[in-house]
Design a protein around this ligand. Structure first.
Ligand SMILES: *Cc1c(COP(=O)(O)O)cnc(C)c1O
Length: 380
């Protein structure tokens, strides 16, 4: 067994931590990487007895994520498995404040809990901190996304987290779009940060994995016990691959973000594009807030509307040769989709022609040629 024990120096910057944290101790003959540990049971009289108790691979991934976000990390089978465990922190009869447009799976979890009489949901515009805090009055939990899906609305985490705490509520931030390299919500005052590691952290569209990180030992203990008792454990192969992905997160994100920013600029100037949402654009309504809460950059996600019908928009997306028409995000390859294809799942008010693009790390000129030619093929 090789417990992760390369010490993370307090002075290390996040891009060094992604490369170095969670490695086995440097004893003679030790491997560079924590090996994939595939075992459902363990020899008696140890801390681990059964596969639900723990796994060295989870430990390595969690050590790295905890060091990055500045708390204790608990990995789960998927982002939604982590969200389900976090949702159970709301007491029975409690109140949760949720963004009007949040990741649909998260909205589903809380809607179902509300339908069962388990809790009450209040929805607000996450970009309006005053409205969030008004809704937080008497609430137990405030849930926000760093950059909201798919509207790209930026949440003012320091204001929301401090105000929620004054009102007796704790704050959860789904930072999947931002990653710990663009935003550290715990340092901004949030209580729990959630990542769908399926996306940018693993980065290669080849697994599902989630992780919650918290500065509260009580919350971390609750989440670990929830995982153990409800069984939403991550796989040993998944945590290995996600940690391997994390090693290159900084360089992948830098390139993908540069591609997103350039595509946003070019789309903004395109005659057949009516709107671009990317907080990194100087003219974006979210830009000033983004400079404060996402100082390192606004990530690889953008959305835009084309001057076309929903059917023409689908035709444009299906006509792309390089970019894949598919859901999900954060892989090395560029993906695009029209969100309201998922009419039942996407929040009301999301425009019918809104396209969400997850920029990958391909050459920018090839990406631009693909988008531009496909638009002009359908609407001249
Ligand atoms: C994908 C995603 C989730 C859910 O994560 P899974 O790993 O797919 O379960 C939650 N929040 C956001 C913002 C996501 O993009």
């Amino acid at each position: 067994m090789y417990p992760p024990s390369v010490a993370v120096a307090p002075a290390w910057r996040p891009d060094t931590i992604t490369v170095q944290a969670g490695r086995p101790a440097r004893t003679p003959g030790a491997p560079m990487n924590s090996p994939i540990a595939l075992s459902s049971t363990y020899v008696h009289d140890a801390e681990k007895a059964y596969g639900r108790d723990g796994n060295d691979g989870w430990g390595a991934f969690e050590a790295a994520m905890g060091a990055l976000d500045g708390g204790r990390a608990v990995a789960f089978a998927s982002g939604l498995a982590a969200a389900t465990a976090i949702a159970d922190l709301v007491p029975t009869g409690g109140i949760i404040v949720l963004p009007t447009a949040a990741y649909y799976g998260v909205t589903n979890i809380f809607s179902r809990m509300q339908a069962h009489g388990r809790l009450t949901v209040r929805t607000v515009d996450p970009g309006d901190a005053d409205a969030v805090l008004a809704a937080a009055e008497g609430a137990d939990m405030v849930w926000i996304e760093s950059i909201a899906n798919p509207t790209m609305v930026v949440a003012d985490i320091p204001v929301i987290a401090a105000g929620a705490r004054e009102r007796g509520a704790f704050t959860v931030v789904d930072a999947t779009f931002a990653t710990p390299l663009r935003q550290r919500p715990l340092a901004l005052g949030a209580d729990i940060v959630l990542h769908s590691a399926t996306k940018l952290i693993a980065g290669h569209s080849d697994l599902l994995l989630g992780v919650a990180v918290t500065s509260s030992n009580a919350h971390a203990d609750f989440l670990a016990a929830h995982r153990h008792d409800h069984g939403a454990i991550p796989g040993g192969l998944e945590t290995f691959l996600a940690l391997r992905g994390l090693r290159t997160l900084d360089v992948r994100l830098e390139r993908a973000e540069a591609n997103a920013a350039e595509l946003a600029r070019r789309l903004e100037a395109h005659p057949r594009v009516t709107r671009v949402n990317y907080p990194g654009l100087p003219g974006d309504p979210q830009h000033e807030k983004a400079l404060r809460v996402l100082p390192g950059g606004c990530g690889n996600m953008l959305s835009f509307e084309i001057d076309a019908t929903p059917e023409q928009t689908d035709e444009i997306l299906s006509g792309l040769a390089l970019i894949t028409h598919a859901t999900s995000l954060g892989g090395v390859e560029t993906l695009i989709e029209r969100r309201t294809r998922w009419a039942a799942e996407e929040a009301a008010g999301v425009p019918m022609t809104l396209c969400r693009l997850s920029a990958g790390i391909e050459n920018i000129e090839d990406l631009w040629t693909d988008v531009n030619e496909s638009i002009h093929r359908v609407i001249r």
